[in-house]
Design a protein around this ligand. Sequence first.
Ligand code: SIN
Ligand code: CO
Length: 373
Amino acid sequence: MDITQKLSLLGGLTPEQFMRRHWHKKPLLIRQAVALAQPLVSRSELFEMAASEDVESRLIVQEGNGGWSLKRGPLPRRSLPPTTQPGWTVLVQGVDLHRDAAHDLLQQFRFVPDARVDDLMVSWASDGGGVGPHFDSYDVFLLQVQGRRRWRIGRLEDPQLQPDVPLKILQNFIAEEEFVLEPGDMLYLPPRWAHDGVAEGECMTASIGFRAPARTELAREIMVRMLEAVEAEGDSPLYRDPRQPATETPGAIPEGLADYARDALQALLRDEASLQCALGEYLSEPKPQVWFEVGDAADLSGGVRLDRRSRMMYDERHVFFNGESYRAGGRDAKLMRVLADSRCLDARQVSQLSEGARELLERWGDDGWLHPA
Ligand code: SIN
Ligand code: CO
């Protein structure tokens, strides 16, 4: 992607300008950001997805007494209120994993690293429906797909939530700005901006969501993987204490043991290559509900494209593909990086791969991770 090119997706800003001026900093309203030629997903398809075991979905209903109810999927059609009943919404996560049109839309946002992209959620709401005033911890682009939605947004002055409500609803929401979004319009919000979107008639909204690992989560995931790699190499040395004197305080933990524990952690951290590997494997891990259909050993010499569910990344020494790491160097590494960045290789690029790398490509094809272009 040319990050210096002005995009209607970003209201005429270049990705460079958008990232510098708005990303993580301030909201942006973009009229007619996306030309929605074909619908991302129809209402009935969305309801069908909400009913599936493999899809994460939620139903939120505003009760007559001003209360809220939340039900998590799978949501069979009969568990949804009639579409003519006002004040309810169904939200479906990961629509990009199931629909090419949604996956293609998400590709337009690849001026942000893949490691930060979460998914494309689609919500359908009946008249007056919404999830209430709240804030999210992550950046989001809210794209109006069908119908109209009135958004009210404001800085988060008071993060207190309403007690005894099954969803996170702000107790004191103060709107600073208000917009009505029509199909194709989009609103970008940085993390922790308060917002409330209310459907005006039937309404479909797509959220391009991002993810950011929490520090402890990242540390835990990396540690676990690094330890597994070390343990796979063989037995780990046991603590030894030939100089341990007789003790009159058996309850006290020997100092040597604390040193040994500290050394164990420091040795782990010194292994930079293993850390990089663990990070890439973690970040490229597919979502828990994802499974791949085994490929049919198709001929890949005409070019390849990644499956829409595949996650592929790289660093200086490795290529990471769906949670696995591969060492790569030279021309193979260059081409694998092209594959990760553009999600495809043409016939000429495939022919330039070494025999070993082509075999790997075939294995990935057999696993359903990529397909003939
Ligand atoms: C929605 O689509 O109704 C909710 C999106 C959001 O507020 O984050
Ligand atoms: Co939100």
